[in-house]
Design a binder for this molecule. Structure first.
Ligand code: PLP
Length: 457
């Protein structure tokens, strides 16, 4: 056995996602050891409330014994079954059927992936196939939104509208186009909901016209932009965007990797907005992070066009671990837990969280509190009237995270100076209150930061 400590071994060998490699070598790793409910414990014995459900994925909370049992039972009975050769497994078939029953409208056909990035990647491949199958191979351009996040595959990173995922990687590709984010707090048209909806639908129509509707295959959108800083569009925005797509014969794709499975309240955020996307991508809460799994849902007309277009030919898209039986067994149990009280608890706790965070609105650093359900954010500013973002010199992404960690809660701190909240749906009232109390302390400590003081002087 190596004599090196875990931090040393980590520094020397483990590459972390979305990280400054040299920065991480210098800062070192914090090693998590165990977790239960909404609590996580590190190897130094610190116990924290997980205010971000891991990476907005552990929606059921940790230590759910029935999930462990479902996985264990499936591991014993049949740990793997390929979907190739016309084979399948019971949990995968049952999960697909259970989900199809619950999705909006006729989003009834499901392809399982390993996570969100390959769900987006799969959706793009199926969309290409669909347009070819209906005799429109030139309809191959795709539109998405600035500040959107659609994963880290090469094509997904190009759909993503965050520069850090482009620089050095040769994306976006020439068929990937963007329109502005609806970002109510910083929208040039102001905060009036209808003005934002009109500006976004106009931007989408204009982009489609510029490219030519006969060339535009699909539009990808998150119902709430997550990694862009929890940007919540006005009620009715998603539906207006879907209708604009339909008017121009453009497929509407809802990327619900974060928003599905109770994160914003219901099982699917699209349903809450009265929208039936042509395709929908999910991951994260599908298995609550216990094991990897994502999925693409497609409506009947998309499936039928692909199926009829292919005829007896092979649709050449697949993964070894598609519809993995252990992940599917976990997915079935997770779904049962959501409907056995977790969605309901999440809705109540989400209201408590947003009310609590709204109570911090008068703090000198709080520009805006926003959110829906158990998905929320505080945008920090150094001047409320001018909405001045925190200075980069104050390293908001690192220092806000560190302060929250030291005070006892895991939060996401975006470099733009936004604090993100996405606690497990199982949180108790006391845990929600603790998240809010600690956030207040983080804000007070941030006010004492010399770089912030200088910016406010
Ligand atoms: N799409 C959205 C909206 C996401 O938020 C994410 C991940 O955060 C992805 C896709 C990519 O998912 P994964 O990290 O599981 O590949």
């Amino acid at each position: 056995m190596s004599m090196n400590s875990l931090p040393e071994l980590d520094r020397d060998h483990l590459i972390h996602p979305v990280t400054s490699f040299r920065g991480h070598e210098a800062a070192g790793v914090r090693v998590l050891r165990s977790a239960n409910g909404a609590r996580i414990t590190d190897t130094e014995g610190h116990e924290l409330v997980d205010g971000f459900a891991g990476l907005w994925c552990v929606n059921t909370g940790y230590g759910q014994e029935s999930i462990v049992e479902a996985a264990t039972e499936q591991l014993r009975r049949l740990p793997y079954a390929t979907g190739y050769f016309g084979l399948g497994s019971e949990p995968a078939i049952r999960l697909a059927a259970s989900l199809a029953e619950r999705t909006p409208g006729d989003l009834d056909h499901i392809y399982f992936t390993l996570g969100g990035s390959d769900a987006v990647d799969s959706a793009l491949r199926f969309i290409r196939y669909f347009q070819q199958a209906r005799g429109m191979p030139g309809k191959d351009q795709v539109i998405s939104i600035e500040k959107g996040y659609h994963g880290s595959s090469t094509v997904g990173a190009g759909l993503t509208g965050l520069p850090a995922f482009h620089e050095g990687f040769g994306v976006p590709l020439d068929w990937q186009h963007k329109i502005p984010s609806p970002y109510p707090y910083r929208n040039p048209v102001g905060e009036d909901p209808q003005a934002i909806i009109d500006a976004s639908t106009r931007a989408l129509s204009d982009k489609i016209a510029e490219l030519g509707a006969e060339r535009v295959a699909a539009f990808f959108v998150e119902p709430i932009q997550g990694s862009g800083g929890v940007i919540v569009p006005p009620k009715g925005w998603l539906k207006a965007m879907a209708e604009t797509c339909r008017a121009h014969d453009v497929l509407f794709v809802a990327d619900e990797v974060i928003t599905a499975f109770g994160r914003t309240g219901p099982l699917f955020a699209s349903a809450d907005e009265d929208v039936i996307p042509d395709l929908m991508t999910v991951a994260k809460g599908l298995t609550s992070g216990y094991v990897p799994m994502g999925a693409v849902f497609m409506r009947e007309h998309v499936y039928a066009t692909i199926a009829d277009g292919a005829g007896s030919h092979t649709v050449g898209h697949g993964h070894t671990y598609s519809a993995h039986p252990v992940s599917a067994a976990v997915g079935l149990e997770v779904l049962r837990l959501y409907e056995d009280g977790l969605l309901e608890n999440g809705r109540r706790m989400g209201t408590r969280l947003l009310d609590g965070l709204q109570g911090l609105a008068a703090h000198p650093l709080v520009g805006e509190v926003r959110g829906k359900g158990m998905l929320a954010a505080i945008e920090l500013v150094t001047d409320k009237a001018a909405r001045t973002p925190l200075p980069a010199a104050a390293e908001p992404g690192q220092r806000l995270f560190d302060r929250a960690w030291e005070e006892g809660v895991l939060l996401r701190a975006f470099p733009s100076g936004v604090l993100g909240f996405a606690p497990p749906l199982c949180c108790t009232e006391a845990e929600i209150d603790r998240i809010v109390e600690i956030t207040a302390r983080v804000l007070d400590r941030t006010l004492e930061d010399p770089d912030i003081r200088q910016a406010m002087a």
